[in-house]
Design a protein around this ligand. Structure first.
Ligand code: SF4
Ligand code: SF4
Length: 91
């Protein structure tokens, strides 16, 4: 999530930009996932990649290889055509 903090007023207002990264967890429903990689393609932070290993169904499912980069934007959820991936903010 991007936060912009505006200090001062009028034309002299200064904008400090901070980038806050949420702690998130990725859940993949391996019954639904077909390994198409759309979620990986649309992740703007390269937080998820397709596994190099096949699961029991012969599918390379997405894994959170760089979960520390995840902003919780949920684009992966939005673009997954099979509702197979979900992002949750960690407690
Ligand atoms: S989670 Fe969805 S978008 Fe990602 S690889 Fe699986 S089916 Fe494709
Ligand atoms: S929530 Fe956003 S940043 Fe995190 S894995 Fe999904 S697309 Fe990538």
């Amino acid at each position: 999530m991007r936060i912009e903090v505006v200090r001062g007023g009028g034309s002299s207002a200064r904008i400090d930009k901070e980038f806050m990264v949420k702690r998130c967890e990725v859940f993949v429903n391996e019954e639904f996932c077909k390994g198409c990689g759309i979620c990986v393609h649309f992740c703007p932070r390269q937080a998820i990649v397709l596994s190099e290993d096949f699961n029991a169904k012969g599918v390379n499912v997405p894994i959170p290889a760089h979960i520390e980069k995840c902003t919780g934007c949920r684009l992966c959820e939005l673009y997954c055509p099979d509702f197979a991936i979900a992002i949750r903010e960690a407690e």
